[in-house]
Design a protein around this ligand. Structure first.
Ligand code: FAD
Ligand code: NAP
Length: 478
């Protein structure tokens, strides 16, 4: 009755105060009853992963059930996932979402627990005992492979490179040398490819103004890369990058865009008129840039980028100080114009560095849960894996989608959780109070620790890129 009264009137605990006591005493309850009732209304939720999916889910759980408590567990000592370690440093406006996430962190019903790797530091069983619902929001921390000879030795993973320039501790020691290199090839036609191309081609004065990691800035200062080839296995109509990101490259003053105009044969106003607007505008920009590249002289540009379509990588070999990338030329499958098949014809592209940017991939963290090794996703229906266990964001949907679509997914799954909780009998769950006693062999971090690191970064105007240094700052030794 009381709980109904609270939720019907959307009363926040802080504002209940005296009213609650008055209400209870008029109904013959004591102070102890008040505490018990309040505890009964507290659902304990556990979120694994502190990227956009985890934060937006926590925010929505608390919006729908303000009295619930959400513990956000994160593998790294610091929060924000790909917003900190994926989003390109020259896109600071995107990182503004951290303001919203910080508001979530400041909510007294939220706890951030960093340096905690779910699956390694705790079992699923222990989490189930301690929470009413567990929400897996741990992203996709592997990458899709090409499975071609020479890949392991000679191909740089886009995920590693992105982590490297963004100061992800695990990638900071990536052996990457951009000196004496001239030509880079990036395989894949997604937005991550365009991020990498932009970082490689941007004037250093622009990168200096960003939060790019200091060692990456040094390496890029010494970079002699002057040509970036972007290689897609399908055609211009099948690219998965988006117009804003393409426009940034096209408008780059330091680098000239080059395309093969014959890749655009048959793509004309007549064909484009029935396309959905975003695809129409994107294709028009690609076409315009290809037409311009046919006529623009390279005179005023020191760098260039080239779109190569209908090519699949087959092999990478080292010959002296050069890499030879063999590409098979594809053609459209007559039975399905969205699919390509190899023609058997190949060409060898000589270059200095090859990046694989064909998508991220999720991984299994709990053996007890089903997992599709092929897609890297935990099978789920609308985010629900089984009673009390849910997944959200890239962990649940696969490694596609921007922050906005991830947010929508988080809101939907949070709503499902709250609806499901209606039929879960109330029981006391102790959340982190129990978990903390089970993880005693390492120093976990909290929001205040992160604030110390963030303050240090602001004061010194550089990102902290080792876990060691993070703990020195936390412990007041730096
Ligand atoms: P993530 O952001 O990856 O968060 C997952 C979190 O879980 C991480 O913090 C990770 O450390 C943690 N974790 C992993 N395993 C465990 C574990 N076992 N225990 C505890 N914690 C764990 N979108 C945009 O809108 N704009 C952009 O400019 C943009 N740029 C992007 C650039 C790159 C290179 C990439 C890859 C993506 C970009 N995106 C961008 C997409 C956006 O980053 C994703 O949509 C979003 O980050 C997905 O959120 P998530 O929470 O599912 O995953
Ligand atoms: P993506 O958008 O899925 O692109 C992957 C690309 O790799 C596709 O062009 C795909 O081609 C290609 N590919 C896959 N397997 C291949 C193979 N074996 N050989 C050759 N090519 C292959 O992935 P992403 O670039 O990693 O981006 C992930 C998500 O993050 C996307 O939703 C993206 O929009 C988002 N993101 C957004 C921003 C931004 O907003 N600025 C920046 C970065 C990332 P097919 O289409 O033929 O499969």
């Amino acid at each position: 009755m009381l709980l109904k009264h609270i939720s019907k009137n959307n009363l926040k605990l802080g504002t209940l105060g005296n009213n609650l006591h008055k209400y209870l005493s008029s109904h013959g309850h004591t102070g102890l009853d008040v505490r018990l009732l309040l505890r009964r209304s507290n659902h304990r939720f556990c979120v694994i992963g502190s990227g956009p999916a985890g934060f937006y889910a926590a925010q929505h759980l608390l919006k729908l059930k303000p009295s619930s408590r959400v513990d956000i567990y994160e593998k790294l000592p610091v929060p924000f996932g790909l917003v900190r370690y994926g989003v390109a440093p020259d896109h600071p406006e995107v990182k503004n979402v951290t303001h919203t996430f910080t508001t979530v962190l400041k909510n007294p019903n939220v706890a951030f627990i960093g340096n905690f790797e779910a699956g390694k530091d705790i079992t699923l069983g222990k989490l189930k005992e301690s929470y009413h619902a567990i929400l897996l929001a741990y992203g996709a921390s592997e990458d899709r492979k090409l499975n071609i000879p020479g890949e392991k030795e000679h191909v740089v993973s886009a995920r590693d490179f992105v982590g490297w320039y963004n100061g992800l501790p695990a990638n900071r020691d990536l052996a990457i040398n951009l000196e004496t290199k001239k030509r880079a090839i990036i395989i894949g036609n997604g937005n991550v490819t365009l991020d990498i191309a932009r970082i490689l081609l941007s004037p250093i004065e622009l990168l200096e103004k960003t939060d790019i990691s200091p060692y990456a800035l040094d390496a890029l200062k010494k970079s002699t890369i002057s040509e970036v080839v972007i290689c897609g296995r399908r055609g211009p109509l099948q690219v998965s990058f988006t117009i804003k990101e393409l426009r940034e490259l096209v408008n780059m003053k330091s680098a000239r865009a080059v395309s093969e105009i014959r890749d655009f044969d048959g793509i004309n106003e007549q064909l484009l008129k029935d396309f959905p607007r975003p695809k129409k505008r994107l294709t028009e920009l690609l076409l315009k840039s290809a037409q311009a590249s046919d006529t623009t002289s390279s005179g005023s540009y020191s760098k260039s980028w080239f779109l190569k379509f209908m090519r699949s990588p087959k092999m990478v070999e080292r010959h002296g100080d050069k890499l030879h990338l063999t590409l098979e030329i594809n053609e459209f499958d007559p039975a399905n114009k969205e699919r390509v098949v190899g023609t058997g014809k190949t060409e060898v592209n000589i270059c200095d560095i090859v990046f694989r940017s064909v998508g991220y991939k999720g991984r299994r963290i709990f053996d007890e849960l089903p997992f599709d090794e092929n897609t890297g996703i935990i099978p789920n229906v609308g985010g629900k894996i089984e009673n009390g266990i849910y997944c959200v964001g890239w962990a649940g949907q696969g490694p596609r989608g921007v922050i906005l679509s991830t947010m929508q997914n988080s809101f939907d799954v949070a709503k499902t959780i709250i609806q499901d909780m209606e039929s879960v009998p109330h029981s006391d769950k102790s959340g982190f109070e129990t978990i903390k006693n089970l993880v005693t062999d390492k120093r976990l971090t909290c929001y205040t620790d992160f604030v110390k690191i963030a303050d240090f970064e602001e004061k010194h105007n550089r990102k902290v890129t080792t876990i060691d240094e993070m703990f020195k700052i936390i412990n007041g030794k730096l």
